[in-house]
Write a protein that binds this ligand. Structure first.
Ligand SMILES: Cc1cc2nc3c(=O)[nH]c(=O)nc-3n(C[C@H](O)[C@H](O)[C@H](O)COP(=O)(O)OP(=O)(O)OC[C@H]3O[C@@H](n4cnc5c(N)ncnc54)[C@H](O)[C@@H]3O)c2cc1C
Ligand code: SF4
Length: 566
């Protein structure tokens, strides 16, 4: 429970019955960025002999419970944050030893020779990890430095002062019934006031979304694009297990429902995926299979990755069990480390080292401002300036056009991205000075059902593809059932009049947890049923709903998936 010490009279600003706690810095989200920020703040406080109170709140039941990632990570940020991480037992124990880029088809796989790939795509020097376990370890380091971490508490509301500046956040009430009335167990949320509040909620944070709109933070830079990552852990035959192997795959073809090989549709962005082989995951030997499917077709189904049954993937499988699965939205980023010329894998979505670095830069800017007696309504102007000077910005700049170029399809988009990376790697980035923007937000790219013949997927075979319900079960998702539905429809009529009529209710398919169902309502009229307790917090519906009619808000703290080793 949140400590009762330091409580002061509740502010009359929002809800008089709420108690309040004061901190120098409040951080929403115990992912890599939030935890790195917390650690850096405390390190600076110790170095400069100044007290800084730091609190981190996390909506998962424990730190790491909601973390899902590939994850091949570049240790560059960790090297800066905790240089002796190896001595401190950080769970980065599997260096990448073999790095392959494959084109998968129904007959086999084509390996692209390493010399043809831009160095930016190399994974040499990276580690295969469970990012959830890395976060659990980071949380231990943070707590040892005096950071107060409160898992099981979701930030539900941003608090503003009289001048409209962010004053902190409030956690959600516990014990509210589905109809909105307080139950016997009702406990009001707590206000967390801070001189600086960091929103480290990950991709599509529900509070960040409000702030982006309120402060017009994307004005002039175009829409943000997202990817939906689906990850499974497979247990495989130990004899075929190769620790340290990373395969990045592009799919050239897939099977249809009659197991005929068909080319991937040229429409939309190509899907992708990969295999990572970390030995420290559940025995006897496990493979992390992740995919980032394209979702521009209304019949697109992220749970059934295109090309899953491609021969290359099937050979890698031969599974003995499937201990875990999950899904999460992701910001497509590909970052290399020019400083050391180690790799990166732009074909995958590597963001954790950037997340950590940006958290550290924000911490440094906030610490300096606190030391100078600033805070409250002052913006951290030093932060964007420090980011623009950092390796994170330089790396991102080099790959800025890779993702937007995929609008031209798999082959042309890959060629364009490859050319960009090669030129940047050769120090000839000035030859590609343009910056492409994403023209449309994700929800604007969904095609009407009439304009997109349904994609027919192979039936789950129980070997490399699986039915939805067994997958949801493996995510260990749990929500208190008697609570308000946290997937709010701004206008319930749109679900039928627009989504069903025009798009054949795509939320029935793109939701990886089967939360949305069209059922017969009164008089046999169709209605949208929302099974909110299955939600794995991937935020896809909030991003992808064609009319932005679905608003994802935090459920009671502690609810959601419980990923063990993701
Ligand atoms: C399938 C997949 C594969 C990926 N593969 C790789 C890879 O191989 N290498 C790599 O480097 N990166 C990879 N990434 C990207 C990487 O996972 C992210 O860049 C990184 O996790 C971002 O860190 P973050 O701290 O910003 O956010 P997150 O890791 O998303 O953490 C945010 C935390 O905040 C919590 N939170 C959110 N909202 C609230 C709230 N309102 N109140 C309280 N808590 C809240 C969440 O529960 C979560 O714990 C992958 C991502 C996905 C989805
Ligand atoms: S309801 Fe939305 S956020 Fe929840 S699992 Fe489905 S798509 Fe993801």
């Amino acid at each position: 429970m949140l400590r009762q010490a330091n409580l002061e009279a509740g502010s009359a600003m929002e809800a008089p019955q709420r108690e309040a706690m004061e901190f120098d810095v409040v951080i929403v989200g115990a992912g890599p960025s939030g935890l790195a920020a917390a650690i850096r703040l405390k390190q600076l406080a110790a170095e400069r002999g100044r007290e800084v109170s730091v609190c981190v709140i996390e909506k998962g039941s424990e730190v790491g419970a909601h973390i899902l990632s590939g994850a091949v990570i570049d240790p560059i940020a960790l090297d800066e944050l905790i240089p002796d991480w190896r001595d401190k037992g950080a769970p980065l124990v599997t260096p990448v030893t073999d790095d392959r880029f494959l084109i998968l088809s129904g007959r086999g796989s084509l390996r692209i020779p390493a010399w043809m790939l831009p160095p930016l795509m190399s994974n040499h020097g990276n580690y295969i990890v469970s990012l959830g376990n890395v976060c659990r370890w980071l949380a231990q380091q943070a707590e040892a430095l005096g950071v107060e971490i409160f898992p099981g508490f979701a930030a539900a509301e941003v608090l503003f002062d009289e001048e409209g500046a962010v004053r902190g956040v409030a956690t959600g009430d516990l014990g509210i019934a589905r109809d909105g009335t307080p139950k016997a167990s009702h406990t009001p949320g707590v206000e967390l006031h801070a001189k600086y509040t960091f929103f480290a909620e990950g991709a599509r944070g529900s509070l960040t979304k409000q702030l982006v709109e309120r402060f017009a933070l994307r004005d002039g830079i175009g829409p943000q694009k997202f990817g939906l990552g689906v990850k499974e852990l497979w247990q495989v035959d130990p004899a075929r297990h190769k620790p340290g192997l990373v395969c990045t795959a592009r799919l050239a073809a897939r099977f249809d429902d009659r197991r005929r090989l068909v080319p991937l549709p040229s429409r939309g962005q190509p899907g992708g995926g990969g295999l990572r082989r970390p030995p420290q995951l559940p025995e006897p030997a496990s493979v992390a299979v992740r995919g980032v499917p394209a979702l521009q077709d209304p019949s697109g189904d992220p749970a059934d990755l295109r090309g899953r049954q491609a021969a290359g993937l099937r050979r890698a499988g031969d599974q003995r069990g499937r201990p875990a699965i999950g899904a999460e939205a992701d910001l497509p980023r590909r970052l290399p480390d020019r400083l050391r010329r180690r790799v990166r894998q732009p074909a995958a979505d590597q963001g954790s080292h950037n997340a950590m670095k940006t958290g550290m830069l924000a911490a440094e800017a906030a610490f300096d401002a606190l030391a100078a007696g600033e805070g409250g309504s002052r913006l951290l102007a030093a932060y964007p300036e420090a980011f623009a000077r950092s390796w994170a910005w330089r790396d991102l700049y080099k790959v800025r056009n890779v993702k937007p170029g995929l609008r031209w399809g798999l082959w042309l988009g890959t060629l364009h991205g490859g050319l960009h990376m090669w030129l940047n790697d050769l120090g000839l980035g000035f030859l590609v000075p343009w910056t492409m923007k994403h023209g449309k937000a994700d929800h604007e790219t969904l095609k009407p059902a009439a304009a997109a013949p349904p994609i027919v997927y192979p039936k789950p075979d129980g070997a490399v593809s699986f039915d939805l319900l067994s997958s949801v079960f493996l995510s260990n998702t749990n929500h208190e059932e008697d609570q308000p539905v946290h997937l709010r429809l701004k206008d319930p009529a749109i679900a039928i009049d627009v989504n069903l009529t025009l798009y054949d209710a795509p939320e029935q398919r793109y939701c990886p947890a089967g939360v949305y169902e069209i059922v017969a309502g009164e008089g046999g009229r169709p209605r949208l049923q929302i099974n909110a307790q299955n939600c794995v917090h991937c935020k896809t519906c909030d991003i992808k709903d064609p009319r932005q009619n679905i608003d994802w808000v935090v459920p009671e703290g502690g609810g959601g998936p419980n990923y063990p080793n993701m």
